[in-house]
Design a protein around this ligand. Structure first.
Ligand code: GLN
Length: 240
């Protein structure tokens, strides 16, 4: 009997802006609907994550203040996180969590919030905030839809998650959104991200199962409702 798939939600008491917790619920339900045993560990503020036990990690978004607290905490164990990422552990980092993957996040007053130096990426706060509905074309899973609200402008030297079709993306200038590195996905897309993007949710789950060592494909699910939500979003929110 395969061990349960173990998902970790890092510091949801600090980083859970715009319902990013909904991503965990989506991943959990998409496992249960398939009869896949899954456990979710919520790692509270200040606690040490046990990356050796996780098959998938979520780091949500937050305000500048909470982001700085999490960055300081996680910096103590960034070596362990880096090793897990290099070993192929999937990490989904949303907005503030995404920004923390880089070298720093420079606040409006010029203060630099140190990042985890996991990716060749920097973020500088700008004005106005980049807020609104967003649609991105990704080679990974087609169109990704959602909502963005960030002051930070991110630039990096990795593969983007996709090209912006509507909205601002990483910095409102270069036409790209998010980042991909091994099985790390960073993105500004809230909403939460996964309920309206079932193909992305299943891609992340498939990677977690492969990392767990379970080598068989995910059974397809009936995504009629999810697809209807996407269609409504694309026609009413981003006019695509
Ligand atoms: N505090 C960061 C910013 O404003 C991230 C915001 C967020 O996580 N939504 O850019």
């Amino acid at each position: 009997m395969a061990q349960p798939l173990h998902i970790a939600h890092l510091y949801p008491d600090l980083l859970n802006l715009y319902a990013d917790r909904g991503n965990i619920r989506t991943l959990r339900m998409r496992c249960l609907w398939r009869g896949i045993e899954v456990t979710v560990s919520e790692v509270p503020a200040g606690s040490r994550p046990d990356f050796a036990r996780y098959h998938l990690v979520l780091l949500g978004g937050g305000s500048d203040r909470e982001q700085a607290i999490v960055g300081e905490t996680l910096a103590k164990w960034k070596g362990e996180l880096r090793a897990a990422i290099e070993a192929g552990m999937p990490l989904l980092a949303i907005c503030g969590g995404y920004q923390l993957l880089g070298s720093y996040y420079q606040l409006p007053d010029g203060t630099k919030v140190p990042g985890l130096d996991l990716l060749d990426l920097v973020t500088v706060a700008g004005s106005p905030r980049l807020i609104g509905n967003v649609a991105v074309e990704s080679d990974l899973c087609g169109t990704i839809v959602g909502f963005e609200n960030h002051g930070g402008r991110t630039t990096h030297n990795h593969e983007p998650l996709g090209k912006v079709v509507r909205g601002c993306g990483n910095n409102g200038k270069d036409g790209y959104e998010g980042v991909q590195y091994k099985h790390v996905i960073g993105t500004y897309i809230h909403g939460p991200l996964l309920p309206k993007n079932p193909r992305l949710a299943d891609l992340v789950l498939a990677r977690a199962r492969a990392y767990q060592g379970v080598d068989h494909p995910l059974e397809p699910l009936d995504d009629t409702l999810e697809d209807a939500a996407r269609k409504a979003f694309l026609t009413r929110r981003v006019q695509l």
